[in-house]
Design a protein around this ligand. Structure first.
Ligand code: ADP
Length: 271
């Protein structure tokens, strides 16, 4: 975090005005420090793959390589370019989300469709990451529709599934569920049997570029921006991201949608 400068001098007659002013300046300084950190982080994240790419280009230019070696180098270069592309896409998504308070285009979206997409992506990712895969379950206790921006909702939900799979070793379990509570609120939850997260990290996970295990994040294609994106989408849809975790047992990430955004799915009757 950023140290809060405590330069407030409490003067008996200064009243609240001075206190407030000092606090505003501190907030401004903090915002400025965060912006600088962010720019430094982005630069670093882009420079790393760029340096690797430049190294490969040099090798290709200077070493007499056979066809197999060339192919290998080119595919490593492809992976680095892909990494930068993902990073830039996530940055653009984040900046778009930060630029407006409301979701773009409210509509009623079927939970069944959102879950099906999560399942497709999840199974694909799990298969690519580990030979034995994960035990994945997708359950829905209700046929519901959710009000919001379809692409944003999908992105938040898929992100949590992708994290659970990426951080849970092969053979582990990832359970994705949807249920409607008696008071009408809807809960989307992703539970995994991964490494778990120590309590001190939990409040910081949604910070941009905050990662516990940098190499695991990189190896599995992470940008460090996923949960920052989820947090923004959640806020725009009247919910917050809840994280519970036990080290050595696993984690649970949940989004609790307000009753006003949840309704029973309309059943289409065809004759
Ligand atoms: P990343 O691209 O690094 O995954 P995220 O913003 O999605 O970025 O997540 C931030 C960090 O939170 C990750 O680097 C990881 O350390 C931790 N994390 C996220 N999901 C899980 C999970 N299901 N189990 C354990 N750690 C997790």
């Amino acid at each position: 975090g950023h140290p809060v400068r405590l330069s407030v001098q409490v003067h008996p007659y200064a009243g609240n005005r001075r206190m407030l002013l000092t606090r505003d300046i501190t907030a401004l300084e903090q915002a400025e420090a965060m912006r600088r950190d962010f720019v430094a982080n982005v630069s670093h994240e882009i420079r790393t793959p760029l340096t690797v790419l430049a190294g490969f280009v040099e090798t290709l230019q200077n070493l007499p390589l056979d066809a197999d070696e060339r192919t290998r180098y080119l595919s490593l270069m492809g992976a680095q370019s892909h990494r930068m592309e993902t990073l830039v896409n996530d940055l653009l998504t984040l900046s778009r989300l930060e630029g407006s308070a409301a979701p773009s285009g409210n509509q009623w979206v079927r939970m069944r469709a959102l879950l099906a997409q999560c399942e497709d992506e999840g199974r694909g990712l799990s298969g690519r990451l580990t030979p034995q895969g994960h035990r994945l379950t997708f359950t829905s206790e209700a046929e519901s529709e959710l009000s919001g921006a379809a692409t944003e909702l999908q992105s938040a939900m898929s992100n949590l599934v992708s994290n659970a799979i990426r951080y849970t070793p092969g053979g582990g379990e990832v359970a994705v569920s949807w249920r409607v509570l008696p008071d009408g609120r809807g809960e989307y939850a992703v539970r995994d049997t991964g490494p778990g997260i120590a309590a001190e990290h939990i409040p910081r996970l949604t910070e941009r570029f905050y990662r516990i295990d940098r190499s695991r994040s990189r190896e599995t294609g992470g940008t460090g921006l996923g949960l920052a994106i989820v947090k923004h989408i959640a806020q725009r849809h009247g919910t917050e991201l809840r994280i519970e975790s036990t080290v050595g047992k696993g984690s649970r990430f949940a989004l609790l949608f307000p009753a006003t955004r949840v309704r029973e799915a309309r059943v289409m009757v065809t004759k």
